[in-house]
Design a protein around this ligand. Sequence first.
Ligand SMILES: Nc1ncnc2c1ncn2[C@@H]1O[C@H](COP(=O)(O)OP(=O)(O)OP(=O)(O)O)[C@@H](O)[C@H]1O
Ligand SMILES: [Mg+2]
Length: 234
Amino acid sequence: MSHIELRDVCKSYRVGSNTVTALSNFSVEIEAGEFAVILGPSGSGKTTFLNILGGLEQASSGEVCVDGESISVLPEAKLTDYRRHKVGFVFQFFNLLPTLTTLENVMLTAEMGNSKGGDPKHYLERVGLGDRMDHYPGQLSGGQQQRVAVARALAKKPALVLADEPTGSLDIQTGIEVLDVMRTLNRETGQTFVLVTHNSVIAQMADRVVRVGNGTVHSIEKNAQPLEPRQLSW
Ligand SMILES: Nc1ncnc2c1ncn2[C@@H]1O[C@H](COP(=O)(O)OP(=O)(O)OP(=O)(O)O)[C@@H](O)[C@H]1O
Ligand SMILES: [Mg+2]
């Protein structure tokens, strides 16, 4: 449900005596409820963009507005609130806690979110893992672990879901299942999804495709008739 606007965002890192530019004048707008795909090669700044949008990193300059509020100027405490209540993250390597069960992994984040968070069991059922709640991550396949991560991201009912190469460590079929779960939830809940990937096939299921290269936006296209994830073929 979040509307996103980045204006002329720059991000550079100092590494020793060098400065590395990860984003330069990166500007993009994503409408509330869209499923957006940010497409670009390795090193083009996708993760940097997502981390800045998610409040995990600060832009060096420029403005990042979410629902009209500039997160670039938020004090640390407010930024923590933003990350906790507004944003759900899905990472390439799942990042589940190995000593907690599937259900506990989802409960933990749901509790850290707000009291309006959904029932963790409901989300595990939604991603097809109702019969795996007591399993530990090590007892699940990669695709199942990623579906737990999707349930975990959604259980706190974030307005914005950010996914960094969520299918990058999955095989094609499993990747499609994970994408299908995400797009179905997006359509049901109206939450805004921003998924970054280097895989152009995935862009075909997006409402909006943002092509990036070298830390900047090359093109933005709206896709009036995005494919269903199950129609994608690699
Ligand atoms: N913490 C950091 N310190 C220094 N340089 C960084 C840092 N994070 C990213 N970079 C540099 O910024 C550029 C963009 O990196 P980023 O991780 O955003 O790319 P990416 O598009 O996500 O790539 P990939 O598809 O390989 O994940 C790269 O050149 C990278 O080396
Ligand atoms: Mg990356």
